[in-house]
Design a binder for this molecule. Sequence first.
Ligand code: BMP
Length: 255
Amino acid sequence: MVDTYTERAAHYTNSVVQRLFGIIQRKNSNLCVAADLTRKTALLTLVDAVGPYICVLKTHIDILEDFDQEFIRRLQELQARHDFLIFEDRKFADIGNTVKLQYTSGIYKISSWADITNAHPLPGDGIVAGLKEGGLEKGRGLLLLAEMSSEGSMATGSYTESCISMAQRNKDFVIGFVAGRKVSDDDFLVFTPGVSLDTSRDSFGQQYRTPQQAIDSGSDVIIVGRGIYGAEDVVVEAKRYRDAGWAAYLAASLE
Ligand code: BMP
């Protein structure tokens, strides 16, 4: 039997995690949509359609061809309307001073609107220190990439173990991992990409598992991209993945 989201919430102090668990419970959803679209109107239309069924919206802000600050304002309106967190999948990977600038400055000013972002542990603890300076006071949270879903990923074994240690040293800001399974016994969230109900891989080495396989492996939030935004009816697919993820969670919490 796994602890329920409500039981888990009591173990965390980070406000982002508290907000996330609240949303998951209110919406009966552990679904994060990876909205990898390149035009802001299409992206906002997708978010408005799937918003009711998701707990987190994941963005790749740098693939937008027509980004402007107005887009952020409209995204925040949708966030308020549909009640979800925003996760910018920036995968920071530089020294602390540089990532702090990349996180807070430039065109995107990610720390001003993204509740959650993520980083590779590759550069060492300085990357967390730099991002923490940009995000902790704003109430943001960080995920570390402990594993990747792509074939041949080098984030395995001792690399993954070092990533877990890094998270343990930075529990005020690191809220969890991007990983395919529960990589640590500590109270860290696990966000799992590479989830599909219909496909097992793509032509670039992406590897998929079902929502049930991900949840049974200890995932807390399943991330679905093309399985939803690539569908003819995105609402039907969002509901299908929301229901599959929630049914798998309910079954796991009763086992
Ligand atoms: P899709 O479901 O279309 O394969 O999209 C997966 C999403 O998750 C993409 O936005 C990708 O950048 C992200 N992702 C991933 O696929 N594997 C990882 O290990 C980490 C990711 O962030």
